[in-house]
Ligand binder design. Structure first.
Ligand SMILES: Nc1ncnc2c1ncn2[C@@H]1O[C@H](COP(=O)(O)OP(=O)(O)OP(=O)(O)O)[C@@H](O)[C@H]1O
Ligand SMILES: [Mg+2]
Length: 325
């Protein structure tokens, strides 16, 4: 667990960057710091590995006050992923990934094998190992940044807007990859973003920060959507919070029509979702389908129900005003 207790940060007597931050980041899950530009997200993240030291207050990692741990020692247990990859341009991809293990004394050949493994882990071809960062796409560079942070197998991963420099499609891919990786690795991940959608998708817990680094709310994303703590949070989440909240409601809450009620042509043009999908996924499916229909299909291919977007809207609107607010 990482614990902030009454932490303040002021840079050289300037305005407060972080104000009286108290929160507990649980082990083995993803905690996201989200908020507008300049609200102290990066500062908060960097205080965890002592790239920045708190002005007052304490930060503990697994019960130890980090003020008493030498920064290089502390960072052995923490991978750090910088915005836009932060790769060293004159080193190959393999060398970039192997940097920390080499510093820690891992023999070259072993570090190299580990780099190859990690390329596979983050979904990159082994052929890329000999290239230089400039010879990779933005998305590939981001993946290398994640591989490098994982190289020494640290229990804690600090990620500062790691996916902000890529287009939305690649970004969605990287987000899903991270969730898949986390399923296997169960790291303690602290993830910074200014994108509330990313925070809601990735976070087991979300910390919303406001100006001056004042924590506004800290809770699981579903709670953030259901019960924003104040106007700042409600405004930050946006008017479509009801729509976002649908990600947390199962499509099994909906009353699906029997497929037999529809023509083969309509069904063929429907977009399929598993019955276990969220209502948001079902709605997305209906809205993107040619026939305007979402089709719930079991894993063995059996179609079990059909709905169109208007009917989904009626059903959720009728039962939960919050959702269409
Ligand atoms: N090294 C520094 N020296 C002085 N002031 C700094 C320094 N780093 C950050 N600040 C100030 O501290 C405040 C918080 O900055 P920080 O980088 O933590 O914000 P952020 O939430 O990460 O913003 P962004 O979303 O733009 O990355 C800002 O007012 C910033 O100008
Ligand atoms: Mg920042």
């Amino acid at each position: 667990m990482i614990r902030f207790e009454h932490v303040d940060k002021r840079y050289d007597g300037g305005a407060p960057a972080v104000t009286d931050l108290t929160l507990e980041i649980p082990t083995g899950s993803i905690t996201v710091f989200v908020g507008p530009s300049g609200c102290g997200k990066t500062t908060s993240l960097r205080m965890i590995n002592r790239m920045v030291d708190a002005t007052t207050g304490t930060i503990e990692v697994d019960g130890r006050d980090i003020a008493g741990i030498a920064p290089h020692q502390l960072r052995r247990s923490m991978g750090y992923v910088m915005q836009a990859g932060g790769l060293m341009p004159h080193r190959t991809i393999a060398e970039n990934i192997a940097t920390v293990p080499r510093l820690l004394g891992t023999p070259k050949a072993q570090a190299r094998r580990r780099a190859d493994e990690l390329l596979a882990t983050v979904g990159l071809d082994a052929d890329l190992a000999r290239r230089y960062p400039a010879q990779l796409s933005g998305g590939q560079q981001q993946r290398v940044g994640v591989a490098r942070a994982l190289a020494a197998d640290p229990p804690i991963l600090l990620m500062d807007e790691p996916f902000s420099a890529v287009d939305p499609v690649v970004r969605a891919e990287l987000q899903n990859e991270l969730l898949r990786l986390q399923d296997q690795l169960s790291k303690t991940i602290v993830f910074v973003t200014h994108d509330i959608d990313e925070a809601i998708l990735l976070g087991d817990h979300v910390a919303v920060m406001g100006n001056g680094g004042v924590l506004q709310q800290f809770c699981p994303p579903s709670e953030l959507l259901r019960a924003p703590a104040n106007d700042f949070v409600a405004h930050f989440i946006g008017r479509d919070r009801g729509f976002r909240a649908l990600s947390f409601r199962p499509a099994t809450d909906l009353r699906w029509a029997p497929p037999a009620d529809y023509s083969d042509a309509d069904l063929a043009a429907a977009v399929e979702v598993p019955p276990s999908a969220s209502i948001r996924a079902a709605l997305d499916a209906a809205l993107t389908s040619w026939s305007g229909l979402a089709l719930a299909v079991e894993q063995d291919g059996t179609a079990v129900g059909v709905l169109d977007a208007a009917e989904i809207g009626r059903q959720i609107g009728g039962r939960d005003q919050d959702v269409v607010a």
